[in-house]
Design a binder for this molecule. Structure first.
Ligand code: NDP
Ligand code: MG
Length: 388
């Protein structure tokens, strides 16, 4: 009989979360939703809790606790609050799999807790690996826990690596659609508004990752994510621009063969692949036909327009807390850009500033990651205040 998973879904009201719910809804014989987590969208969370009959929910922001309790007063759903509660709901015995679709640093500790409890993990929260890939992967290996990537590029690479020997792999080639500002000249980037930057041509995603895609911080993070997931050196991870977003990534082998995974730009496919691995969904959410895409193109990244990509490679080479600092400064700067407190181009300036001034620890513990994250956030905040 096919395996049945009882799921804790972190980030149930977000872009990945809602698509994960579609999959759970369609496959009741494979999945039961046991717990759901959100930050502030309490009405949506209450709806999810009712529809799926979950046992417990967590609302991150305590200001919404009372209204959520009230909304679920006639049910048996347990209502919990705050980040410690998230760590609790990933650890309960009635959970087999944790789907982590939180955004940002907030995803790190729940991932570590889930690993510690031996849960299977479907990971959308790439920041977990960007910040502390060394600790996370070592913990997963020690516990025999599988981390199944939801990010479409890493899902593609995983699919290409199936049945292959590691020593035969020459390079991983991550494709990049180019984001919302692909056709905007470099000298116009400083004047881009949040509204413009949020119009991604291919993917409909949460606000933070859409901005990260516009600056290519996201692609830089995906390089770091690939380094940890697939244990490759930075030199073996390449990035190419592929505007059609049909080839989701590729693996180049030593004999010259290149394997690619293709499909429509629809996150249902990588999500269901992660949830069902090594099985697959029996139907496509959006069927794909080659004939709709007679032309697939590839080109180099413009490194001057997108300095964030090289910064990410530098952080990977430096190792230690450098990627953690980059991530923290980016989170603060993206939030400031979305609140119209700084320009798009200030995001990279903020990252550079934080990398220059934050404490660097070469072999950090998790507590040191927490400290450096807090320090980099403070540096970033002050830097942005100083821009005015
Ligand atoms: P969204 O912003 O759409 O959703 C984030 C979810 O997490 C929401 O449910 C939000 O709750 C919840 N959340 C955020 N912070 C907290 C917190 N501190 N405590 C509790 N809940 C919290 O993000 P996406 O779904 O776009 O992205 C999720 C992750 O997946 C990111 O790491 C992103 O990089 C990655 N990813 C996303 C892709 C996509 O297509 N969207 C593709 C590949 C990777 P609320 O709704 O209440 O705010
Ligand atoms: Mg991606």
């Amino acid at each position: 009989m096919a395996q049945h998973y009882r799921i804790a879904l972190l980030g149930a009201t977000g872009s990945i979360g809602v698509q994960t719910l579609d999959i759970i809804r369609r496959m009741p014989e494979r999945f039961t939703l046991v717990a759901a987590v959100a930050q502030s969208r309490w009405q949506e969370l209450a709806k999810v809790a009712r529809e799926f009959g979950v046992r417990r929910v967590v609302i991150g922001d305590a200001r919404y606790e009372a209204v959520l309790r009230e909304a679920l007063a006639d049910t048996h759903v347990e209502v919990l609050v705050g980040s410690e509660a998230i760590e609790h709901v990933v650890s309960t015995e009635d959970v087999d799999m944790v789907v982590n679709a939180l955004v940002g640093y907030a995803g790190l500790h729940p991932t570590l807790r889930a690993i510690d409890c031996g849960k299977r993990i479907a990971l959308a929260n790439k920041e977990t690996l960007v910040v502390a890939g060394d600790i996370v992967m070592a913990a997963a290996r020690a516990k025999g826990v599988e981390i199944l990537p939801i990010d479409s590029e890493h899902s593609a690479i995983k699919q290409c690596l199936e049945g292959e020997k590691r020593e035969n792999v020459r390079n991983l080639i991550i494709t990049c659609s180019g984001g919302s500002l692909r056709d905007v000249p470099r000298e116009c980037l400083a004047d881009i508004t949040p509204h413009e930057a949020l119009q991604h041509p291919q993917w409909n995603m949460g606000a933070k990752i859409t901005i990260d895609s516009a600056t290519l911080v996201n692609k830089g993070f995906e390089v770091i994510e690939a380094r940890w997931l697939f244990d490759m050196s930075p030199e073996q991870i390449k990035v190419v621009i592929h505007p059609q977003a049909i080839v989701h990534s590729m693996v180049e082998f030593r004999d010259g063969a290149v394997k690619a995974q293709l499909g429509t730009a629809d996150m249902h496919t990588p999500i269901s692949y992660a949830l069902l691995y090594p099985d697959r969904a029996s139907e496509a959410n959006t069927p794909f036909s080659m004939l709709d895409y007679p032309m697939l193109t590839f080109s180099d990244v413009d490194r001057e327009k997108y300095p964030a990509l090289d910064i990410a490679y530098d952080c990977l080479h430096r190792g230690g807390t450098a990627p953690c600092t980059m991530n923290a400064a980016n989170e603060v700067a993206v939030a400031a850009f979305l609140a119209e407190q700084c320009r798009l181009t200030d995001i990279v300036a903020t990252i550079r500033h934080a990398l220059q001034h934050a404490t660097f620890v070469e072999r950090p513990t998790i507590e040191e990651y927490d400290r450096v994250d807090a320090e980099a956030r403070e540096l970033a905040r002050r830097f942005i205040e100083g821009l005015h």
